[in-house]
Design a protein around this ligand. Sequence first.
Ligand SMILES: C[S@@+](CC[C@H](N)C(=O)[O-])C[C@H]1O[C@@H](n2cnc3c(N)ncnc32)[C@H](O)[C@@H]1O
Ligand SMILES: [Zn+2]
Length: 131
Amino acid sequence: MIQKRRSKIHGAGVYATRAIPKNTRIIDYAGEKISHGESLKRERRYIRNGRHIWCFTLSTRTVVDAGVGGNIARFINHACRPNCYIEIKDGTIWIRAARTIKKGEELTYDYNTDGDGLIPCQCRPDCQRLL
Ligand SMILES: C[S@@+](CC[C@H](N)C(=O)[O-])C[C@H]1O[C@@H](n2cnc3c(N)ncnc32)[C@H](O)[C@@H]1O
Ligand SMILES: [Zn+2]
């Protein structure tokens, strides 16, 4: 259903290899489950070493670090008007289709970051947001 390819937004991205119906659970965001404290340390290191956000907040206690044991979901880029959304269920982070996604479209979801990474968003030419 999906494939990693070079992205127009940033580096590698993930693309639909066929049409994906709305609400499909496309893939889970895999990785090592760690504490917020550990995540802060690792995020600082990841940002320094290539401005990468790999840590995804699962709950008030837990963060999933896709830099360790992650799957292809870790290459899904952020967009401010995304075609996927997140569902957190029973300790799993699901990436689901927000609408019908056409074959060949890049998958995106909203990272919901608070701008700490200071990465200028490149989801579209006039985007002003900081990731
Ligand atoms: C989870 S990775 C996504 C895969 C990444 N494109 C790669 O090649 O490894 C997250 C990183 O991708 C980049 N990224 C994702 N969405 C972006 C966007 N809309 N604008 C700019 N950079 C983005 C940032 O560097 C971010 O830290
Ligand atoms: Zn944007």
